[in-house]
Design a protein around this ligand. Structure first.
Ligand code: GP9
Ligand code: MN
Length: 719
């Protein structure tokens, strides 16, 4: 026994032995921290395995740097690297506790978005066990200081050190390919830092974030105010006169933006087995006080939901790769709808039943000037309350009203639904329509989740009536992007009762619902061609806000002299006359492919191509170079990101204090909550409805954040 002991000690007395010990200890504490200090939403054995092994490659690589040095320097370097990476882990643990997200360089660079809250809040939220992340460093120092382990100052062959570095890189490559097998597009379509840490580890995440920040900040550093000249010129040339008969008709009204996840226009009035799939939305669509659009397209790229949000609230396109909310949401200057309205007396709030880190909303919404961001932790938890990307829509809608009723009026509230999201799974109890029978698993559940979404909207609209908000609000509904991608042509052809479904059909299939509903509004179905980029200028005109004051790439959809070229993010387009898909052109009205263009057609498509590429590249320039920091529209005050906090306790207090103004639905109802009046048939609430709602009503808040992160859906890249 003694012999084994001294042999082990002998081994640790070698440099390599010490190196192995340092790595083993670092791995153990990192893995412990992953499991105890973060909510990474690990699901399935592959993700478990990746979580366990992902600290190894980067630790080998980093600690391996010390092997290139000789003597004591090597040991000291190893300890310094160990210490620094531990400090980084420690900082992330504290930050995560408050924000459920990881630190980014954009934050550290002091955009001010959180630095304010960070320094104030951190000490208060520290837990004694947080310090355990330094245990390995201390153990190593003690072992050396007490000479339990002796430093071995014999030089190590450079070839050996190199071998370790190469091994680290190979292991990292293996880790990366396993991660990609589980989630394709992990690095290109980054939507949640939790995912990168879960798959590749904290250190790899840091590098990925560093590279991204370096890339984006280079463009920003070289930018100057005069870069805006061409933007102004383009916007001036492409201005459309807003429709004056609608100007200001919604002035002072509350605004609801209801984000209908993955809902496509073809679902409107669609019947399956003789039943309407979305009866509530159909009714709204045809109502005389709803402005409905049947030629409005989604224009998202890789950022999908995030791109939709960017367009809807900024009238700026998502960027060519990845998501602008993630890449630029924290650091850029924006003049977004919540800020614009906020400065004319509105209170703004975004609602989403998932973790706030998704799509970097937690930081981006501050830049957009959202007063409140009601996310997962604000809602009650319960058995089967969640599916896929978060709280089921019916539960989400119901419990959002307990905050809506507290908002001082007028307010601007955005509700982001999630249940109608790929892979369109819904438990039996919630299915109220049969699956379609195309034989394509991805497609067939779509009508069920769309129906569920529709029912949740029906319940919500009924509550608006109960609360009287239907008289004082404008409700904007929009589908964020396609639900069924171009990979399911056969199934879609079957659904639509068509023989085939080609690229042209797929381009037309990108239509999404857009409906603006308000008591007294002169409604009807409008056939103008437009896209998500045009929604904000349309709403602004209704609210009596001059959009020409701002850098916005869309135009009022109600304008009578607008250009109806709809740009897709990849440069394709649809106009009332022509559709471009790749290098092919089609007649939009007949769907006929134009194999040979006449001179007039050539001129027309060239003009449209030009317009599309210019608008996309100028919008990209605005975001990539952060050009809005050089321009503050008259009457607009730059958003102070550090003034916002989405901490639940603080927000709840702030809401309570806001009741003094006496303008909220709650105060107008003598402090009596209207949550009780919310009628839902959500089966999850049937048994313990009383329990769940009473615990929430008193505090105006849900139970604390549930322990499992909902951001653990296995794949969202393919749909
Ligand atoms: C997540 C939800 C889904 O919060 O908005 O994003 P998506 O996958 O549709 O882009
Ligand atoms: Mn979406």
């Amino acid at each position: 026994m003694k012999q084994i002991g001294s042999r082990i000690r002998g081994y640790f007395n070698t440099r390599f032995g010490f190196f192995v010990l340092a790595i083993a200890l670092f791995w153990a504490k990192t893995y412990w921290a992953y499991n105890n200090k973060f909510n990474l939403g690990v699901k399935g054995s592959m993700q478990e395995l990746l979580l366990a092994i992902n600290p190894i490659p980067t630790t080998l690589l980093l600690f391996g740097i010390a092997l290139y040095l000789s003597g004591r320097k090597s040991y000291i370097t190893m300890l310094i690297i160990d210490g620094l990476t531990s400090v980084w882990l420690f900082a992330n643990i504290l930050y995560y506790r408050e924000f459920s997200d990881f630190l980014t360089f954009a934050l550290i660079k002091g955009s001010g978005a959180v630095s304010n809250n960070l320094s104030k809040g951190v000490l208060g939220i520290m837990e004694p066990t947080d310090w355990l992340v330094f245990a390995d460093v201390i153990v190593l120092i003690l072992l050396l200081a007490t000479h339990a382990i002796r430093m071995n100052i014999q030089p190590i062959k450079k070839r050996f050190a190199l071998g370790i570095s190469v091994l680290a890189l190979l292991l990292f490559g293996a880790n990366l390919s396993m991660a990609y097998a589980d989630r394709s597009g992990l690095l290109t379509r980054t939507f949640d830092n939790n995912y990168i840490v879960k798959y590749l580890g904290l250190n790899a995440y840091t590098v990925v974030d560093g590279v991204k920040t370096a890339k984006t900040s280079a463009a920003k550093a070289n930018a100057k105010a005069s870069d805006l000249d061409s933007v102004f010129k383009f916007l001036k040339q492409n201005q459309a006169t807003p429709n004056v008969t609608y100007s200001g008709v919604a002035k002072g009204k509350n605004v609801f933006i209801v984000h209908l996840e993955s809902l496509q226009q073809f679902m409107i009035d669609f019947k399956w087995q003789g039943q309407e799939v979305t009866p509530n939305l159909n009714k709204l669509y045809h109502a005389s006080d709803t402005l409905s659009f049947d030629n409005v397209f989604n224009q998202v790229g890789q950022g999908k939901t995030a791109d939709a949000e960017m367009m809807l609230e900024n009238s700026l396109f998502g960027i060519a790769e990845g998501s602008a909310m993630v890449a630029d949401g924290t650091s850029n200057t924006f003049q977004a709808a919540p800020a614009i309205l906020g400065q004319s007396g509105y209170t703004s709030a975004a609602f989403h039943g998932d973790v706030p880190s998704f799509w970097n909303r937690d930081n981006t919404y501050k830049s957009w000037g959202y007063d409140y961001f009601i996310s997962k932790a604000y809602y009650p938890t319960g058995k089967n309350f969640e599916v896929g990307y978060g709280l089921k829509d019916k539960i989400f809608m119901k419990y959002s009203t307990q905050y809506i009723e507290q908002l001082p009026q007028p307010f601007y509230a955005k509700l982001i639904t999630v249940t109608n999201h790929y892979p369109y799974t819904l438990d039996k109890k919630n299915q109220t329509i049969a699956k379609t029978k195309t034989g394509d698993k991805t497609v067939d559940g779509y009508v069920q989740t769309a129906r569920y979404l529709d029912e949740s909207i029906g319940e919500f609209m009924a509550w608006l009536k109960t609360s009287g908000l239907d008289k004082t609000s404008m409700v904007v509904f929009y589908g964020d992007h396609y639900g069924i991608s171009g990979n399911h042509k056969k199934a879609v052809a079957k659904l639509l009762g068509q023989e085939t479904f080609n690229d042209f059909d797929n381009a037309q299939f990108q239509r999404i619902p857009l409906m603006i509903h308000m008591a007294g509004l002169k409604g009807g179905i409008n056939h103008t061609y437009g896209g998500e980029i045009d929604v904000l200028p349309t709403i602004e005109n209704l609210l009596g806000i001059k959009s020409s004051n701002y850098i916005q790439f869309g135009t009022d959809l109600l304008s009578t002299n607008r250009d109806q070229t709809v740009a897709f993010r990849n440069g394709d387009f649809v106009t009332p006359d022509y559709t471009k898909v790749g290098s092919d052109y089609y007649d939009t009205k007949t769907g006929e492919r134009l194999s040979k263009l006449t001179q007039a057609q050539k001129t027309a498509v060239n003009q449209a191509t030009n317009k599309v590429t210019t608008t996309l590249s100028l919008s990209d320039r605005v975001i990539n170079s952060d050009l809005l920091r050089f321009y503050t529209p008259s009457g607009f005050t730059k958003v102070d990101k550090s003034a916002y906090s989405y901490n639940k306790t603080k927000a709840t207090k702030k809401l309570k204090a806001a009741q003094k103004a006496g303008t909220s639905v709650l105060s107008r109802n003598q402090g009596q909550s209207l949550l009780d009046k919310y009628v839902t048939d959500a089966p999850e609430l049937a048994d313990d409805d009383a329990a769940a709602s009473s615990s929430d009503r008193s505090s105006g808040s849900g139970s604390s954040s549930s322990s499992s992160s909902a951001s653990s859906v296995s794949s969202s890249t393919d749909e």
